[in-house]
Write a protein that binds this ligand. Sequence first.
Ligand SMILES: [Zn+2]
Length: 308
Amino acid sequence: MAESDKKTKKSKEERAKAFCSNAFAHNAFFLFDKATEIVKDYGSSTQMKQILDQMLHSILFLGNIHFSRYLPEYIFADVEMFHQTSEDFPGPFSHYQTHMALRTPFSYFLELVTICYGNDENIVKNTLSEILHDCRKSGDQYPLISTVICICESGASRYYGASLSCLSDQEREIMTAVSCVHVWHLNVSSAVMSVFPDDTGEPRSIKLPDTVKCRAYAVADIGQLKPPCKRCNQLYSLPGHTDHENPPGNCAETEAISNFFKAEKHGNSRQTLFRHNHQEEMQRMSNCFDKNMKKGMNYNINRVYPTQ
Ligand SMILES: [Zn+2]
């Protein structure tokens, strides 16, 4: 990058930071800015542009449903940057108030990092932990930044996943319901839905092949292995678990294992989920979604971005 570009960029960031003393808006801006920088260095492609587009939509969507409601003008506080971003990515700006995000911004960010930096676990882990240096905390959490990532390893292949990084129970339940219906592999969705949102039924457990190993790390302490929670043992039969039970679907293991199944098994069987006897479960997800979505918001669990 030319020196003059660096200077321009720094001054832009500084201007934006001056406007956004708020942790959510600051991290939202920073995460997206970092993602565009990574793509610029790697070389832009249609695939990269699509991931950035969906990531930005997810940021604007989560800002909109946040209890403090952070609108795009607040996240992109610099007027010039706001106009440039809305020109470069018109879709997220016209759909964030009507269409659901499928995944969290951090999940898209992790995907970008693994595409651009490849399979090298240390590079991926270090890139993720380094971004914390420039992010802000709200209480004991970094808004929009996942606390844990997981690597699901099968032979020479590694599949990455991040925890849901939601600030409130409402937001987490909304994203879990949408993920069950639209995103996660059937096996994973089915396991999660057996105990979500009501933990009253008999859990449907997945047994991974013996050759597949999962390792999780806290982003803030990336060198230390984090054992699976009791819930992950219950749903994914992961050994060496703690006594702590996280909410179903929240853990990084969920996305990593889903990505493993999508890549190595029979593709993504979303159609099967809808064809067979899961109508009742779909209705439960829809009810959970409606219950948690704020009044007056114009979203539907089946109206998602990107639009079909
Ligand atoms: Zn867990």
